[in-house]
Write a protein that binds this ligand. Structure first.
Ligand code: FCB
Length: 458
């Protein structure tokens, strides 16, 4: 491939969001509450007591947002469906109003030539299911597959890409082990069972899709290469444990039919003896892997921090985003090459990549965010470097289209290409949005080092 065409024909350029982070009005139109609605309304859980009650009011402004996407030239838009809008009790009766919202969104996207990528679970479990044990209940994979079937029947004629679960690691570890995200549990014994049920939920939805769907379905995982802080044996071992824990926990069962053996020693007594028949059902389920990449992990042994006994540290001279995450574009190339080698060259999409920075307010209608532009540029170039080494990468989705509700951090961590003023909902595309439009128009060439810009990217 020539340097002028670093991405293959048909490569999808997109942007991503999720329901609770942007929609607002989480109980409108007959929806049932989710665990995130409850969590955000529990004092002390989210910074400054912020909630997703209003968020970006995308629930009412989705047509404006689709117009913004069209202006950017997006090929595809990744959004998530709020389970509780469609099934207020999580199972049983369908709420037509909720389903209609997503049908209208999908139609508006298609009218603008934007291909929908729908995520079925981006963390907002219906509270009614949580009250029945949530992801700890062995019936939870069946609940999820039934919900997925409702969506497949209603929208697969118009939705070419489906994602089952977004970042099962985050759900299991941050939701059930460390407790900083909903439902806020801290229970070593719950964590592996939640993770296992999320994997089975994914596999059962994929199985349902094989009889109902005509397109592509996959999972989205958060990945980060793990590097030792020093060459000491202790740091190397800690790095390997953290690699198993973050990168291999979910993909090894799906691609190789087994859990990494390190997990049994990390979890000790809390690691159940999972039936072999379950692992057979997990293997090879899905058409592609969605990769959410933000940073690498630099690892130091931490014997006093069980169960993992490995701490993530920042190198002293690193550039950090507002999240405290290291800017490390080479890690994206490494991650994509690792996936190709370890899992026999699977089809991949980068389903999230982006950075939070404290952006200035608009000046003369413009928001300058040069650090986000640099972040996007270097990471898109890192994706191209992987493609040059024969990685089967088929698309890139920037996180995020809009500044939004960043979970326990609230609204102050801004990832958007488009600034959203939380007081009046004004949307102002940032310099990064203009840059990304240029990237898309040039089919990626504008992110390459040898790119000669044609004047100002409007
Ligand atoms: C990912 C989540 C996404 C967003 C980004 C910053 O872990 O999938 O919703 O919060 O991080």
């Amino acid at each position: 491939m020539s340097p002028a065409a670093p991405f293959p024909a048909g490569f999808l350029w997109g942007a991503a969001t999720s329901a609770y982070q942007i929609e607002g009005f989480p109980l409108a139109g007959g929806a049932g509450p989710s665990i995130w609605h409850r969590f955000a309304h529990t004092p002390g859980r989210v910074a400054r007591g912020e909630t997703g009650d209003l968020a970006c009011d995308h629930y009412h402004r989705y047509l404006d947002d689709v117009a913004i996407m069209a202006d950017l030239g997006l090929d595809s838009y990744r959004f998530s469906v709020a389970w509780g809008r469609v099934l207020p009790e999580g199972r049983g009766a369908v709420n037509q109003q909720g389903l209609d919202f997503y049908a209208r969104l999908v139609d508006a996207l298609l009218e603008r030539g934007i291909r929908p990528m729908a995520t079925l679970y981006h963390w907002d479990l219906p509270a009614a299911l949580h009250d029945r044990g949530g992801w700890l209940n062995p019936d939870s994979p069946r609940w999820f597959a039934d919900y997925a079937e409702v969506l497949f029947r209603a929208l697969d004629d118009r939705v070419p890409f489906w994602i089952t679960v977004n970042e099962p690691w985050v759900v299991a570890v941050l939701g059930y082990l460390e407790g900083q995200l909903a439902p806020g549990h801290r229970d070593l014994f719950e964590t592996p069972r939640v993770a296992h049920h999320l994997l089975l939920a994914h596999a059962q939805a994929v199985a349902a899709y094989r009889s109902l769907g005509r397109h592509q379905i996959g999972i989205a995982v958060n990945l980060e290469p793990q590097h030792p802080e020093s060459p000491s044996a202790a740091d190397l071992e800690a790095t390997n444990r953290r690699d198993a824990f973050i990168n291999r926990w979910f993909l090894d069962p799906l691609r190789l039919g087994r859990y990494p053996e390190e997990l049994a020693s990390i979890f000790g007594l809390a690691w159940p003896d999972f039936p072999e028949t379950d692992l057979e059902r997990l293997r090879d389920s899905g058409d592609f892997i969605g990769v959410n990449y933000y940073a690498r992990g630099l690892v130091r042994a931490a014997p006093d921090a069980p169960p993992l006994c490995a701490a993530r540290v920042s190198p002293p001279d690193a550039e950090l985003t507002a999240m405290g995450w290291e800017v490390y574009p080479r890690g994206l190339t490494q991650t994509l090459l690792w996936l190709k080698e370890r899992y026999a060259n699977p089809p991949l999409y980068i389903t999230e990549n982006g950075a939070a920075f404290a952006d200035p307010p608009p000046r003369a209608g413009r928001v300058e965010d040069p650090r986000r532009v640099a972040y996007l540029r270097s990471h898109i170039a890192a994706a191209a470097a992987a493609i040059a080494q024969d990685v089967d990468l088929r698309g890139y989705f920037a996180w995020s289209l809009l500044d939004n509700f960043e979970w326990a951090e609230g609204y102050d961590k801004r990832f958007g290409l488009v600034q959203v003023d939380p007081r009046d909902q004004t949307r102002v595309p940032k310099a990064s949005a203009r840059f990304y439009r240029e990237v898309i128009a040039s089919r990626g060439a504008a992110a390459m080092p040898d790119w000669a810009p044609r004047g100002d990217a409007r």
